[in-house]
Design a binder for this molecule. Structure first.
Ligand code: NAD
Ligand code: DAU
Length: 356
């Protein structure tokens, strides 16, 4: 069925999930206009969008979501009707070292976007089609005991890290803008993603890269913490389903139904590397596993109850954890040119602070 082309503003579109989403959306709707707004912090990289450079329907703007006049200008001059908000400070360990940037981008930045979009929407000729889609995380719900049911949309918020607290703050603002002003918001709270363009500081790329470099594989605490892993392409298809069919004002939880203990995940990655990378300097890669001091306030278990998005919107993940990890390991083996430059002096300093 034909549809009116949409005009998207994608914040954080040069980061891990944002860039995968831009690729996903472009492949589905090449006639739509996509404007990417990204500050290119340490976690943002234009190379993630290199193959789309020069496409007439894609515009990249380097800028901060806290810059109200820039956001106002983009919304107006591009006649944006769909804002998809990925931009954030996203790494828990960095939020423990320096929480200020998290409050600034995640809370003040989201507030700036909401205010700008509200004004833009109030002046719109067809406001009913407008959407503000806020990307959030399962971490806002806190930590589960071993036998607790997964987080549902009704689970009370209990964020435990400065990162998750700042995301919770932004979620509450989004909720309030719908409740108070009727702003047509959508919100998704997703579990741990993995896949191409995942920044080296996060567990899965860090383990792949350290194996390739013959470096210790740091596992926090006893390695028994559990995360629910979702291939990033499945996150993108879920966001698309919510944009297409979700009800304004509603929240949808997204998860892979793939709960894995950290130590088991690391062992799976070691096995894949032993098999797929004959040149690794230390083998078996398992011999590099090193238990290190635990993360402060480390949440024990996350799990998602994705019943709502499955039953109301018909979304289910396409990738298994075994298939997704194999694809991801292959991607990191074939894209050393992408991740090598990210291991900068600044990154080494960050690594030293967390791991020594
Ligand atoms: P990321 O750190 O890889 O990318 C964040 C992007 O935002 C970067 O490109 C960065 O340059 C940009 N950015 C940061 N501050 C900015 C600012 N002030 N103005 C403009 N751009 C700015 O993060 P990610 O892992 O891709 O996460 C994207 C979103 O998804 C975040 O909102 C995160 O909370 C959420 N999320 C992530 C996961 C996950 O597993 N990674 C899971 C659930 C939800
Ligand atoms: O649950 C969704 C969240 O998943 C997102 O909101 C965050 O943006 C994203 O970073 C991710 O947070 P985590 O803290 O769960 O991801 P991370 O990859 O940092 O860690 C995954 C698990 O592995 C966690 O239990 C901590 C552990 N870990 C992590 C690192 C970096 C280690 O044991 N060693 C490590 O070196």
């Amino acid at each position: 069925m034909s549809r009116e082309p949409r005009k998207l503003l994608v914040t954080g579109g040069a980061g891990f999930i944002g860039s995968n989403f831009v690729h996903h959306w472009y492949s589905q709707y090449p006639g739509d206009r996509i404007v990417v707004l990204d500050a290119l912090t340490y976690a943002g990289d234009r190379q993630t969008l290199a193959d789309l450079e020069g496409k007439a329907n894609l515009r990249f703007v380097q800028g901060d979501i806290c810059d109200r006049s820039l956001v106002d200008t983009l919304l107006k001059e591009e006649a944006i009707d769909l804002l998809v908000h990925f931009a954030a400070e996203s790494h828990v360990d960095r939020s423990i070292l320096g929480p200020g940037a998290f409050v600034q981008t995640n809370v003040v930045g989201t507030f700036t976007l909401l205010e700008a979009f509200r004004q833009h929407w109030m002046l719109a000729e067809q406001p009913a089609t407008y959407r503000f889609h806020h990307i959030s995380t399962d971490e806002v719900y806190g930590s589960l005991e071993p036998d607790d049911p997964g987080f549902s949309e009704k689970t009370p918020y209990a964020p435990n890290s400065p990162y998750s607290a700042s995301k919770a703050g932004s979620d509450h603002l989004v909720r309030a803008y719908h409740h108070t002003y009727g702003l047509p918001t959508l919100m998704t709270n997703c579990s741990n993603n993995y896949g191409p363009y995942h920044f080296p500081e996060k567990l899965i790329p860090l383990i792949c890269i350290n194996i390739l470099m013959g470096k210790p594989l740091p596992v926090y605490g006893d390695g028994q913490n559990i995360r629910d892993w979702l291939y990033v392409g499945d996150h993108c298809s879920a966001v698309e389903a919510v944009i297409r069919q979700g009800t304004p004002g509603e929240t949808y939880n997204i998860g892979g139904n793939n709960e894995v203990k950290n130590i088991e995940l690391v062992e799976m990655l070691c096995e894949l590397m032993n098999e797929m990378a004959p040149e690794i300097p230390v083998r078996p890669a398992q011999s590099l596993i090193t238990f290190v001091k635990d993360r402060l306030g480390h949440d024990r278990r996350y799990a998602i109850d994705a019943t709502k998005i499955r039953t109301e919107l018909g979304w289910t993940p396409a990738e298994t954890v075994e298939g997704g990890l194999r694809r991801t390991v292959a991607w990191y083996l074939n894209h050393q040119d992408w991740w090598q430059p990210l291991l900068s002096a600044e990154y080494q300093e960050y690594y030293r602070q967390v791991y020594s």
